[in-house]
Design a binder for this molecule. Structure first.
Ligand code: GLV
Ligand code: MN
Ligand code: MN
Length: 422
């Protein structure tokens, strides 16, 4: 049966979307908008609010063992593979109101519009808010999608603390999960017919090109490592420069070298490197820093470039430490691989844009997403909408309602096309 897109896109309601995201934005740490870190009180409250919205939308709501929140719209072939759409509602510190949120609320709106139009899908449709996507838990995030893809077990959770220094196992249980049996949340290849994620671009490409929809071609891998440098704390006045072993001066060299590595003409198109977190000890104005700990991140959409950047970073740390008489450790904590979006999924998304008459462009995702983790067990596709000045992970993050609506139209139609073709 051919379903005309206007029949359901007409039910996508901009006012309802706006109400939803405004309501969700209010669940924030009051002193630091928009902070809704995974497992925090605002996060738990937002989860309860979202579960209610899913119920209002006629979805069957459950929380899996990994504490992912899932709303299910039954399909005609209800015991078969599911179509899945979603993202995350946790934020980074002082993050935004759209990163992840557009994917969850957009999928919810798609489920409402399809039902209101009387469209019954063959596949069940599951809307998922994945637990703890943001890298607030070192080496474990995106947590919910990793567990669903079978990359983490209950044993991996033992002894891990949340950013609020609670036991991760207890925090998962408090959200309705079952930390001792997270393997129950695991899905196998074939369980998900396809997964789609709508997201803000988090970069400037679509806005600069004045194009409302991006069809994602690949998702960059994020690799991060924990580095320590040990020198000698000493008096900042009485210790002459040649006699110092300043751990922070060594770390500063590594920060600048990483910028240089990613700026190399071989790598610059596809690779970035950042030090976004650092602690120094004793951290006193008149003491030479004796110990520094920091995390360095390297990302690329190209596996070979990623390896080059990682090995150059490692060499820089070794060389800097040796030359400066510092002890060092370097431990890789997150080791992802870039993901290529299957052509079949890109084609469906392109077809949806063309039929809806929406200008689109194909581009890689330089941020990472739950879709990248699910790619090991399911065909995944991603849609981008522009965000203002490409800004994300900051309170100024902004997406225009019109673009969100166009994203939801494309998502809904792509779900219908996938339903009929899989
Ligand atoms: C996810 O937000 C990322 O850091 O790419
Ligand atoms: Mn995100
Ligand atoms: Mn993010």
């Amino acid at each position: 049966m051919t379903i005309a897109p206007e029949s359901f896109t007409a039910h996508v309601d901009p006012a309802r979307i706006q109400r939803d995201w405004e309501a969700l934005a209010a669940f924030t740490a009051p002193e630091l908008p928009y902070t809704r870190k995974a497992f925090s009180i605002p996060y738990k409250e937002a989860r309860e609010w979202l579960a209610e919205r899913m119920r209002d939308a006629g979805l069957q709501v459950r929380v899996d063992a990994a504490s992912n929140l899932i709303g299910r719209l039954p399909g005609e072939r209800d015991d078969g593979p599911v179509l899945m759409a979603g993202s995350h509602i946790d934020t980074v510190e002082a993050g935004g109101r759209f990163d992840g949120i557009v994917g969850v609320l957009g999928a919810l709106e798609a489920a409402r519009a399809l039902q209101e139009a009387g469209v019954v899908l063959l596949h069940p449709l599951e809307i998922v808010d994945f637990t703890c996507e943001e890298p607030t838990l070192t080496g474990m995030t995106p947590l919910g999608s990793r567990i669903m893809a079978g990359a983490l077990t209950s044993n991996d959770l033992i002894g891990v603390l949340t950013p609020l220094d609670e036991s991760l196992a207890d925090a998962i249980n408090a959200l309705g999960g079952d930390s001792a049996h997270v393997e129950q949340a695991r899905l196998a290849a074939g369980d998900i017919a396809a997964y789609l994620e709508l997201h803000i671009e988090q970069g400037p490409v679509l806005e600069r090109a004045n194009v409302p929809i991006g069809v994602v071609t690949a998702i960059a891998a994020r690799c991060s490592c924990f580095i320590t440098l040990d020198g000698q704390a000493d008096h900042a006045g009485a210790t002459l420069i040649p006699d110092r072993r300043d751990a922070l001066a060594g770390a500063a060299e590594v920060v600048l070298a990483l910028e240089q590595i990613a700026s190399d003409s071989e790598l610059i198109e596809e690779t970035v490197g950042t030090v976004g977190w650092m602690r120094l000890f004793p951290n006193m104005v008149n003491i030479i820093p004796g110990h520094v700990e920091f995390r360095a991140e390297v990302r690329s959409t190209d596996a070979r470039m990623l390896e080059t950047a990682k090995s150059r970073l490692q060499a820089v740390v070794e060389e800097t430490a040796t030359r400066r008489g510092l002890q060092f450790t370097l431990q890789w904590e997150d080791m992802e691989q870039p993901v290529t979006i299957p052509d079949r999924l890109q084609s469906i998304l392109v077809q949806a844009c063309q039929t809806l008459g929406l200008p689109f462009m194909q581009l890689p995702s330089r941020a990472t997403h739950d879709a990248a983790r699910l790619a090991s067990i399911a065909p995944v596709g991603m849609l981008f909408i522009p965000c203002k000045e490409g800004k994300s992970h900051v309170p100024e993050e902004w997406a225009e309602l019109d673009h969100i609506v166009q994203g939801v139209h494309t998502l809904s139609y792509a779900l219908v096309l996938l339903d009929q073709s899989l």
